[in-house]
Structure formats: C-alpha cells, structure tokens
Design a protein around this ligand. Structure first.
Ligand code: UD1
Ligand code: CA
Length: 447
C-alpha cells in the first residue's frame, strides 16, 4: 500500500525560549524533526511532506539535508492541526493511499507502531496511549478499539476529563478521506482552532469506522521545553546504549558514551569510556574505540583501533587494521589498510597508502590561509617524527622523510627526503655556555 507522511512542524515552540524553530533543536546530534522523519521512513513512504510555519526557511534547509525528496509546505498562520494537514493536500494531488500524520516535535514513535496503524482496516486510525497523567491531552472516547470521538481537554466535560486513554496526535487515513473530510472541519471550539481530532466524529457521521491503536506512553513524548529536550536526550541515549549492547557491542561504561541518531556500530566493537559519536559515524565489526574519543562523519573498518583521545572529523576514512593513537586529529583523509598514526598528529585532506607509518608530531599543512590542499603519501612509507608536509605535496611508495623535516617538494618512490638545518657539534662548548650563564645569574643576584 502506498504511504504518504505528513509531518506537522509549523508551531513556534514558545516554551523553548529560542530563535531556532523548535523542530531544529538537536536530539542525538540530529534535528528533532529528523527523528520523526526517520520513524516514518521505515514505512518507505512515497511522499514526505513537512508543514512548516515559524522559521520555515531554516526548516526547509534542514529537511533538504535529511531527505532531499521531502517537500516543505508553508502554513502561514497556525490555525490548528486540521488546517496544517490541509496545507499538505495540494502536494498529495493524485496520491492514492494512506496518509500518516506525525508531529515534528515527537521523536520516539517506533516504525512498528506505525505499521500496526497501517494494518488496521478502519478508515481513520488514531494512535492512543494510557497516560499516567492525562493533563491537557485530547481524550479518546472509545469502546474497546472502536473510537467514537476525540475530545480536546479544553472542551471536555468533567466525565470525559476522567478518561486516561489519550491522543498521541498520530493519525492515519486514506488520502481520499482527508480530501473529502478535512475541508468540513470548523473551528467552533474553545480554542477556535481547526482540530484534526474532529476527523473522527466527522468520519463516523459519514458512515466510516474509526479505531484506536495503542502504544506505550514513552513513544508519544512530545518536546515543548528545554527541560523536556534534556529528558528526551537522556531517554534517547539510554535506548541507543541498550540497543548497542543488545546488538553485540561492548560498552565499558555505557552511561558515558553518547550516540547520534544515525550511529552504526557493528557487532563485537568495543567502545571505552567517554566516547562521543557525532552525526554519520559507522564502525565495522571488531573495531575498538578507546576512551575519550570524539568522532563525526567518519567510517572505521574492521580491526581498526582509535584513541584514546583521538578526534575523527568528517571525511575520515579508516581502512582495516588502521591504528590511530592519542591526540591525533584526522579530517577528510583516507588511511589505507594497516596505516599507523600513533601520536600527536594532524592529518587533513590526505591520502595515505597501506602500511605507511606516520611519526609523532607530523602535520599536514593543508591550509595556506586561503585554500585547502591535499597531501598524498604512498604505500609502506615512513614519515619521520615532526615532519611538516606542506601541501600540495606527495611522498612516494617506500619513501622516508627525516624527523623534523619541512617537506615542500614531492618525494619520489624509495627516496629519503631531509628538509631541515644540518646539525653542527661544537666540542666542549656546552660547559663554557653553562659557566657564562651561571656567572650572569650570580651578577644579577648581587646587583
Ligand atoms: C494535539 C492534539 C491533542 C493531543 C496532543 C498530543 C489537536 C487538536 N490536539 O494537541 O489531542 O493529545 O496534540 O501532543 O490536534 N501544528 C502545526 N500547525 C498548527 C497547529 C499545530 O503545524 O496550526 C503542529 C505543532 O507544531 C505541533 C503539533 O502540530 O508539532 C501539535 O500541535 P499542538 O499545538 O502542540 O497541539 P496540542 O495542543 O498539544
Ligand atoms: Ca504539543
């Protein structure tokens, strides 16, 4: 069955106290809206429509990076959830299938839960949950799974307010049903808003069936404040840690490891304490990330070891059995199989051939103040400690550079390059210098 996702994200999020649109605040190193998009993506939707309002340009830019096929429509005034979905309908012209409405600020709905909704034969399916504290949620008036209506808290009678089965906001209906019934919804209610929740009663009045599918309350957590964002981050991290462990990853100190929405760790990876995964990190089976590493936008192959205290930045690509040691930073660089970069080194904009050894304190001088340049190093080369590789520059296969060299010219295969001052040795001069300096110090102390 064809699926379209409509994600509502026009609200201001006043309680965030922020200039940033609410759905762009980060959870698991990804904008909030990426989480809703990701739960929906599991259904392989044909269409993804985001309804934006406050900060629509910023939302459009962020959405484009998450899924270039998603389309953003503008809801100029936030007149209610039904009005918001109505804005998406022109984009769904000719679409025949089910539409799932999600909220951009509700990150934890599982794909399996959405699948349960799609499996329901009812014309309108609403996702409900038993609320520990029903507060201001819409109440579901239901008889078993048959849904009679949804009553917003503001409009509820005392008796209806007692109901603990609440509306998560997620709704599923045929596109044709929405086209027919959404325009009928009015704003004759306490909030003077066009309520999407009215769809249930109107559908039933038209002889259609409505049903409630339930999920655990934790899935329906919506974010309205920084406090809730922090709580959601904690919940997200707890879930990611548990999933990693479940999938066969060893976390030595799970509560100190931080994941991003798209972190991938293969089975038998070992992750030490205090490791932070930023966006877009993939670590293959059996690799080890030691304590205090910060990784983003990188790929680590089988058998590689990283850290402790290493920083891998976007475009760092480590082949099998690469070793990156302490206080090493790598950016936009490909390290082929078996490369070793053990200590205190910056490798940026570089290609390094297999089994090359990079000595301590090596720096690729990739930036001339205006442009970035590449360094290419061949296979089995040996870069002496404290080599400055002034890019653009290349070092050949089986070549060497002497420690302390500043390499500004290409080094051919099998050559040794020395780019440093020649050493001179003056016999006995150290003793004379010490005497002179001590005498100076004594004169100063007496004056
Ligand atoms: C809504 C539901 C309520 C449910 C609750 C769950 C309605 C009428 N009420 O109430 O039954 O229990 O969610 O959290 O649907 N939005 C727009 N445009 C608008 C209005 C809202 O895009 O014009 C977006 C908001 O950005 C938000 C979502 O829709 O992401 C929900 O809106 P909100 O105002 O928070 O609805 P609630 O009052 O919480
Ligand atoms: Ca809300």
């Amino acid at each position: 069955m064809a699926i379209a996702l409509v994600i509502l994200a026009a609200g201001k999020g006043t309680r965030m106290n922020s200039d940033l649109p609410k759905v762009l605040h980060r959870l698991g190193a990804a904008p909030l809206i990426a989480h809703a998009m990701s739960s929906g993506q599991g259904l392989e939707p044909e269409e993804v429509i985001i309804v934006a309002g406050h900060g629509a340009d910023q939302v459009r830019a962020a959405v484009g990076k998450i899924n270039p096929d998603a389309r953003v429509v503008l809801q100029e005034e936030q007149l209610g959830t039904a009005h918001a979905v109505l804005q998406a309908l022109p984009e769904l012209e000719g679409f025949e299938g089910r539409v799932i409405v999600l909220y951009g600020d509700t990150p934890f709905i599982r794909t399996e839960t959405l699948e349960n909704m799609i499996d329901s034969p009812a014309d309108v399916v609403v996702l409900g949950f038993e609320a520990a504290d029903p507060g201001r949620y819409g109440r579901l008036v239901a008889h078993g799974t048959a849904l009679e209506k949804i009553v917003e808290f503001k409009d509820a009678t005392d008796e209806e307010a007692e109901i603990t089965l609440c509306n998560s906001g997620v709704i599923c209906a045929e596109a044709a049903t929405l086209r027919e019934l959404l325009p009928v919804i009015d704003n004759d209610n306490a909030a003077e808003e066009f309520y999407l929740t009215d769809l249930v009663e109107i559908a039933r009045a038209n002889g259609m069936a409505a049903e409630v599918v339930t999920c655990h309350e934790s899935e329906t957590l919506g974010i309205n404040s920084r406090k809730e964002l922090a709580q959601a981050e904690a919940a997200f991290q707890a879930r990611m840690r548990a999933e990693a462990i479940e999938n066969g990853v060893t976390l030595t100190a799970p509560e100190t490891v931080f994941f991003a929405l798209d972190t991938y760790l293969g089975a038998d990876c070992v992750v030490g304490p205090n490791v932070v995964f930023g966006p877009a990190v993939t670590v293959e089976t059996g690799a080890e990330i030691m304590a205090f590493c910060h990784l983003e936008g990188c790929h680590i192959s089988r058998g590689a070891t990283v850290g402790p205290f290493a920083r891998l930045r976007p475009g760092a690509e480590l082949a099998e059995d690469v070793h990156v040691g302490n206080f090493v930073e790598i950016k936009n660089a490909i390290l082929d199989e078996g490369v070793k970069v053990g200590h205190l080194t910056y490798i940026g904009d570089a290609d390094i051939g297999e089994h090359t050894n990079i000595g301590a304190g090596t720096i690729t001088c990739n930036y001339d103040g205006v442009m970035k340049h590449r360094t290419t190093i061949g296979k089995r080369a040996f870069i002496g400690s404290d080599t400055m590789l002034v890019a653009p520059v290349s070092v050949g296969n089986d070549a060497m550079t002497g420690s302390g060299s500043v390499i500004t010219q290409d080094v051919p295969d099998e050559a040794l390059a020395l780019g440093r001052a020649k050493q001179v040795v003056k016999q006995g001069l150290a003793t004379k210098l010490f005497e002179m300096l001590r005498a100076q110090k004594a004169r100063k102390a007496n004056s």
